[in-house]
Ligand binder design. Structure first.
Ligand code: G1P
Length: 296
């Protein structure tokens, strides 16, 4: 069965990006001139997703507005002969239906995903994408995971990557038995942000999941977990005890944008990957370092 819906939680307060996030949703902070959330939605659309449910909160309205048509702006640009300026960033809204549901209490990622239950049919599988990590790949990660799910009766598949041992405490970590391909595992368990001493593996999810509707029952059963929050990881761990759940080491280049240092690195990376900015960026780095007497 084709996976048509994606849940994208965007309700977080973005405290690591204060003071900007006092008035701007963190997801709208751009990498150069493109809001970070665009890349997440683009990944979903490229994977064939037709409907996106944003789990949002007060003050995050700019995110849905970004994906709506702005006729006034289009007319203004057309008058000036500059309609190309919006380019593909505008047309993406023709390819998807966007819905929003407000998470009125900040009780964790598991609680956020549960808010979208009424948008998913019983027995339906759907994608969840978190916005702190961007993954660039010829085949979108969501599509890579969806393929495994479709080949296995719509089962849940967690996208994972290898991380240095010291970083296990930042992620949901999976444990399981590898299949012959050495990339896909049948999962035994999943644990939220274990310290390196107790982490079962170094296979971490950057927030890419295909889940089936059984997850909602698990989300209702779990108690509060790490940080006193309802953790999606704990619900997936429970799902592993009830049915087959896969994890898959995806192909792709992943960029963390979740904190200011990582965001700086991602900005540089995206500039160097963009033909319109690459040469300027190299020149700016050279000139600025020279001016500061820094030898690179
Ligand atoms: C969340 C999830 C965690 C996942 C991470 C990816 O944590 O709970 O399992 O690995 O996103 O970014 P957060 O970073 O929101 O604390």
């Amino acid at each position: 069965m084709k996976i048509k819906k994606a849940i994208i939680p965007v309700a977080g307060k973005g405290t690591r990006f204060l003071p900007a996030t006092k008035t701007i949703p963190k997801e709208m902070i751009p990498l150069i001139n493109v809001p970070m959330i665009f890349y997440v939605v683009e990944e979903a659309v490229k994977a064939g997703i037709e409907e996106i449910v944003f789990i949002t909160s007060k003050g995050k309205e700019a995110i849905e507005h970004f994906f709506q048509k702005n006729t006034e702006l289009e007319e203004f640009l057309a008058d000036k002969g500059k309609q190309d300026l919006l380019g593909s960033y505008n047309s993406i809204s023709d390819k998807i239906v966007i819905k929003t549901v407000e998470q009125t209490e900040q009780l964790g990622l598991g609680h956020a995903v549960l808010q979208a239950e009424s948008f998913i049919e019983p027995g339906e599988s759907f994608a969840v994408l978190l916005g702190d990590d961007l993954v660039l790949s010829d085949s979108p990660v969501t599509a890579q995971l969806a393929k495994i799910s479709s080949e296995n009766n719509g089962c849940s598949v967690i996208g994972v990557m290898e991380v240095p041992n010291k970083d296990t405490k930042k992620y949901g970590i999976v444990k399981g038995e590898f299949l012959k391909d050495k990339k896909t595992l049948v999962m035994d368990s999943m644990v939220e942000k274990p310290s390196p001493e107790v982490a079962p593996t170094n296979l971490a999810t950057p927030g890419r999941y295909i889940l089936n509707s059984q997850i909602f029952n698990c989300l209702k059963e779990i108690p509060r977990g790490a940080g006193g929050e309802y953790q999606l990881t704990d619900a997936i761990n429970l799902l592993c005890q009830k049915e087959k759940v896969f994890a898959h080491i995806f192909e792709g280049d992943r960029f963390d944008t979740g904190n200011p240092r990582a965001y700086l690195a991602a900005t540089l990376e995206f500039a160097l990957r963009n033909k319109d900015f690459k040469d300027d960026m190299i020149e700016i780095i050279k000139e600025t370092s020279q001016r500061h007497g820094i030898q690179l």
